[in-house]
Design a protein around this ligand. Structure first.
Ligand SMILES: [Zn+2]
Ligand SMILES: [Zn+2]
Length: 259
């Protein structure tokens, strides 16, 4: 039929590439998280501020009513701000009980990021723990060891068709990180250009060490803080590609990785 396009499946779309506070507050980069399409299933990871806006303004539009799951790697605002509105969207305003929300235990409880009225809308809220596997529709994922970050935080690993994808969420660098993230495609949250003592985020230097050791087929830098933006992520990615002999790219808002 004219005007009907075949929908793409098996891709990761970056609804945001902002990391930490100031890039998010000023929206120098968007902060909508990652939309993963895997076969017939759709997953949203870390819906930060503006996630719902980015879904609606995406071309083609992304319909949150087709989400099978929402995953929070941790409760920080740049990862979880839009969780309630995305739950409402996933469940068609709460009228259709569907979808699973995965989050660490400290995202719930007394100081829950999920409002009480929204908590009843999904089919299930599943608390994630370290080194476990979970499934939603065609999509399954494994959680990493606990990251070193001010709240309970896990990275993820999943397969789309025959490609393995690792997602290193916020963490301080520690050598054992590489034990988990041996994947074809490695997405890394690189907040700082230079290592910064006492703040639990990765710097470009540390990302370089991880890529050099794991040698993924493709490394994707994202979640940029101010110092990374000033250092021009595109140039830094090109420099790392040459230095390491690995394809390194800098994510941009709206970028789609087809798998
Ligand atoms: Zn973050
Ligand atoms: Zn964080």
């Amino acid at each position: 039929m004219a005007g009907v396009k075949e929908e793409k499946t098996n891709y990761i779309k970056f609804l945001g590439t902002a990391g930490a506070r100031f890039v998010m507050i000023k929206q120098l980069r968007a902060s909508g998280g990652l939309w993963v399409s895997c076969g017939a299933s759709n997953i949203l990871i870390d819906p930060g501020p503006g996630s719902i806006v980015r879904c609606a303004s995406s071309r083609p539009k992304l319909d949150p009513g087709k989400l099978d799951a929402i995953i929070l790697t941790h409760r920080h605002l740049d990862h979880a701000n839009d969780i309630n509105v995305m739950i409402e969207a996933m469940t068609e305003g709460g009228f259709k009980k569907r979808g699973v929300v995965f989050c660490p235990s400290d995202a719930l409880g007394d100081n829950s990021v999920i409002l009480r009225h929204a908590a009843g809308f999904p089919e299930k809220i599943q608390i994630i723990k370290a080194n476990r596997s979970y499934r939603a529709g065609d999509f399954s994922f494994t959680t990493s060891m606990p990251h070193i970050h001010p709240c309970e935080t896990y990275g993820l690993k999943f397969n789309i068709k025959n490609t393995s994808v690792g997602l290193i969420s916020d963490t301080r660098y520690f050598p054992e990180l590489v034990d988990f993230y041996k994947t074809d495609i490695l997405v890394i949250a690189v907040v700082f250009y230079e290592p910064r003592q006492g703040i639990d985020h990765l710097s470009l230097k540390e990302a370089e060490m991880i890529i050099a050791e794991l040698k993924p087929r493709k490394a994707v830098l994202t979640h940029f803080g101010m110092t990374m933006l000033k250092a021009k992520p595109l140039l830094q990615a090109q420099r790392l590609s040459r230095a390491l002999g690995v394809e390194v790219i800098a994510a941009y808002d709206g970028m789609t990785l087809d798998l």
